[in-house]
Design a protein around this ligand. Structure first.
Ligand code: GLN
Length: 283
């Protein structure tokens, strides 16, 4: 069937009825905005505005993919994080708003003006780019084990004009030996048998960015064990983790000899990340 031109309101109503989930109308508006280049306010101000037949066809194809469960971020190829538009693709995790809480905590630390900062497993580059955008004096580098993610993060840094160096490295394996004042990471932390892996956006994200062994702590164990050797004295480690992993992660931090260990919460008031410090020289 060849699609006819249609009014945007008619298209949005049709799509919202098909999409389901938490925010069908918003999803429909984002997809139609993407296809037409019109802002979401246009749809309200000019609901009878006609969409060309070719665009109607493209829109309906995207709506079908959304109905299959593909994340909106993958369909748009973009996700905003810390107000930065980031390109995303299926090679890595889609940045989550809750990860902004780590960025806030990192920015609140009393770090040197020219601090050396590392984002491990950077994915899209979200954390590294957010930090670089706020602290132009910091030397921010990032790594990821997955080549496509390294390319994506590099692309995002170039696009935003932010000076973040991105390397391919599985955690610390292939990094130049620098002492970091801050190491931050949102590593995989979901247990392999977690039922959530069969629901929502995570079905379309790679296991390499999500799953970490039977208890979800495999990667966090590796990172905490090695981090002290890569931290400067007084340097901080901040790791994102699952909301039920706070106590286990604090124990791993303490076992690694880190001090000032503390778990903090996300926007939904659930335990989400833990900070710890390599003992200061004076102590
Ligand atoms: N917070 C993500 C989720 O639960 C998982 C992120 C991660 O494993 N690093 O969907």
């Amino acid at each position: 069937m060849i699609d006819k031109p249609l009014a945007c309101e008619a298209l949005l109503t049709e799509a919202a009825g098909l999409i389901g989930g938490d925010s069908p109308r918003l999803d429909a508006e984002l997809l139609l905005g993407y296809v037409t280049g019109w802002s979401r306010t246009t749809f309200r101000a000019w609901p009878e505005r006609e969409v060309d037949a070719a665009l109607v066809d493209r829109f309906r194809t995207l709506v079908e993919r959304r109905c299959e469960g593909h994340p909106i971020a993958h369909l748009l190829g973009e996700q905003e994080f810390w107000s930065l538009p980031l390109k995303v693709n299926p090679s890595t995790l889609i940045p989550r708003p809750d990860t902004e809480c780590l960025v806030e905590a990192a920015l609140a630390l009393d770090l040197p003006r020219n601090a050396n900062v590392l984002d491990l497993g950077t994915g899209t580059g979200a954390i590294a780019l957010a930090l670089a955008s706020e602290q132009p004096g910091w030397r921010v580098s990032a790594c990821d084990a997955v080549r496509e993610a390294v390319d994506l993060a590099t692309d995002n840094a170039d696009q935003l004009g932010l000076p973040v160096t991105v390397r391919q490295s599985n955690w610390f394996e292939d990094l130049p030996s620098v002492a970091f004042d801050l190491i931050v990471s949102n590593p995989p932390y979901i247990a392999g048998n977690d039922v959530h892996l069969g629901e929502g956006d995570v079905r379309f994200e790679p296991a390499s960015a999500l799953v970490a062994g039977d208890d979800g702590l495999d990667d966090i164990r590796q990172i905490t064990a090695k981090a002290p050797a890569w931290l400067s004295l007084g340097g901080w480690l901040i790791l994102e983790h699952g909301y039920e992993q706070g106590a286990a992660v604090r124990q791993l931090f303490t076992d690694a000899g880190l001090t000032c260990v503390e778990t903090r919460q996300d926007y939904g008031r659930r335990d989400r990340f833990t900070l710890g410090r390599k003992q200061d020289a004076e102590r």
